[in-house]
Ligand binder design. Structure first.
Ligand code: GLY
Length: 576
């Protein structure tokens, strides 16, 4: 039986819709998922989010709990010493925003800080130790989320992470592998090594990692941002960083601000996309690629032709990334043009169906590498509030340095800047100056937290993976558009083209030999990646059937759980 109250509500909205709703909004959905869904890269982080939802928190409180838990149990990917982008959707008024918590270059940073006197890049300087670290944004984002969007105090939302840090957690094989890769850098910083290694050696799988300093820092953060950016923690961060060759000052920390930015939003076919704005390159690149692809019937087209046009669209979007994108507070980015369908039509006109375009025919600059060891989580509560958050400290374990007494691993996100801009590249083009280092500037990122919405479906997705993030999210989107289930988006074999190098990188098994032959025949070069890549975390809600699903990438060790609202209430009762 239709609920008359709900019906009159719908009529009310129908009448007012044309006046109050932005033209590119799909609908003012009044439905609710009636279930809490979380997908994250670590089971303990997913559990922390559900604990907070069961305690009466909303998706924004859960996002705080998951972020803080990941800082403890997945320190290779993100943490209080890093940054990221939180994409929010508030159900009650359909408000959408991106919290830009990207790191900022310190005040003493300058364009050539990683170059020697001869102008050559000093190996490792932008990757290892505190000189590689930007001023972190995550602690400020947590306070902002709690104050403006959450329902619980930080002391409650941070509790699971504090517990994990104090009590410890058993390290996984995945953790051990990444640690091994950074072992030599850790050994340069004995006080950091004392936290993450087992008496100077690589810990065994299952080793109980306790982080008492990090627990104390998290405890300080329960006071809010001031617990991190001023007072004793700030003093320890600055003293420790400077003693080991860093340039941070107390002023850097005191000045740090998150920025609320309108997300990039656009339509593709029947779906509306809401995704990351600059200083991420993700949203603009996705818009360009999908606008180009809108000119092809991807459902009917031959399979190899489909791969070909997707690759050609990627090539063109990544070329634009290399030329135009950087921190929007420092450079003028022609966002409207780059995301316009007419601009995409021009790019599409240069695509030949019988032949790959050589990247050398499209002048641009090499892609600034973005570190691969990031993390992503997706969360949606029973009311329909949702968060897609991609967070990073750049390389595994960031700079592999934690200022003594803080337990906070610093990022090496400064490497996401173009550290040697202005040099003519192989094609004589001066590129990447939009992403040159400057004091207070945010480095260009590839992180692409994304929402998709149609009249009856909602998707929340994202992944780590450096410059491949954008194409992974794209493939997830195309799978969604093909009505494939959420498990397929996260597990499908992946391929990637980023303009330079001019090669299609692909996972083993992405193409069979027959396809490889045909793709080569079009003039594309193919290169199989040495290992699988990505760690996508996604949620799907079918508004029509009421079904909610979540999936965690089988390449990682994450956990995706959907808990129906009744069960969540029941758990909440049992807890108190
Ligand atoms: N450090 C990874 C990224 O921002 O894309």
């Amino acid at each position: 039986m239709p609920n008359p109250l709900r019906l009159s509500h719908s009529l009310f909205f129908l009448v007012l819709l044309p006046i109050f709703v932005l033209p590119n909004k799909i609908s003012l959905a009044t439905e609710k998922p009636n279930a809490n869904a979380i997908a994250s890269a670590h089971p303990l982080a997913t559990d922390a989010g559900h604990e907070i939802l069961a305690a009466g928190g909303n998706a924004f409180d859960a996002a705080i709990a998951i972020t803080a838990a990941l800082a403890v149990v997945e320190p290779a990917g993100s943490g209080l010493g890093g940054g990221g982008f939180f994409l929010l959707h508030r159900a009650q008024d359909q408000f959408e925003i991106m919290i830009d918590a990207r790191e900022k270059a310190p005040i003493a940073a300058h364009r050539d800080m990683y170059l020697d006197k001869a102008g050559d890049v000093i190996k490792g300087a932008s990757l290892n130790g505190p000189l590689a670290a930007g001023i972190p944004g995550i602690p400020a984002a947590l306070e902002h989320l709690a104050k403006k969007y959450g329902q619980l105090p930080l002391s409650r939302s941070l509790a699971p992470a504090i517990r994990y840090a104090q009590d410890g957690f058993p390290i996984s094989e995945n953790y051990q592998k990444k640690l091994k890769w950074r072992l030599n850098i850790f050994k340069q910083y004995p006080e950091t090594a004392a936290i993450f290694l087992d008496q100077g050696k690589l810990p065994k799988v299952g080793f109980l990692l306790k982080q008492s300093d990090l627990a104390s820092t998290l405890q300080q953060l329960t006071k809010g941002k001031s617990g991190f950016y001023s007072g004793t923690i700030a003093q320890k961060l600055v003293t420790g960083a400077r003693a080991a060759g860093g340039i941070w000052t107390l002023e850097d920390l005191a000045q740090y601000q998150i920025i609320e930015r309108p997300p990039i939003s656009f339509n593709y076919k029947q779906a509306r996309f809401v995704t990351a704005a600059p200083p991420s390159s993700g949203g603009i690149a996705l818009a360009t690629i999908l606008n180009i692809l809108e000119g092809y019937d991807l459902e009917k087209i031959d399979e190899v032709d489909r791969i070909h046009v997707i690759v050609e669209a990627m090539r063109r979007a990544y070329r634009d990334r290399s030329v135009y994108l950087g921190d929007p507070d420092f450079v003028d980015i022609p966002v409207k043009r780059l995301t316009h369908q007419k601009y995409a039509a021009g790019l599409r006109a240069s695509i030949r169906m019988d032949q790959a375009t050589a990247s050398t025919a499209l002048p641009g600059a090499p892609i600034t590498s973005t570190g691969t060891d990031t993390t992503h989580f997706s969360v949606m509560d029973a009311e329909g509030n949702r968060v897609a958050a991609t967070l990073s400290i750049n390389l595994p374990f960031g700079a592999a340095f934690a200022p003594p007494g803080t337990g906070v691993l610093l990022n090496d996100e400064m490497d996401d800047f173009s550290i040697k801009p202005g040099e003519p590249n192989a094609y004589g083009l001066i590129g990447n100056s939009a992403n040159a280092i400057a004091p207070g500037k945010r480095p260009l990122s590839s992180m692409t937290p994304t929402f998709i919405e149609t009249t009856d479906k909602v998707a929340v997705l994202g992944t780590p993976g450096g410059s491949r993030i954008i194409t992974m999210v794209l493939l997830g989107i195309l799978d969604f558009m093909d009505s494939q289930p959420v498990h397929s988006w996260v597990s499908q074999k992946r391929f990637h083209h980023q303009y330079l190098p001019d090669v299609i990188q692909h996972e083993k098994g992405a193409f069979n030999s027959k396809k490889i032959k045909k793709i080569n025949g079009l003039g594309h070069k193919l290169q199989e990646t040495s290992r699988p890549y990505g760690n996508m975390q996604a949620i799907f809600w079918n508004k029509k059937t009421g079904k909610t699903e979540a999936a965690s990438d089988p390449r990682g060790i994450g956990k995706a759980t959907v808990i129906p609202q009744n069960k969540a209430r029941f758990e909440n009762k049992n807890r108190h």
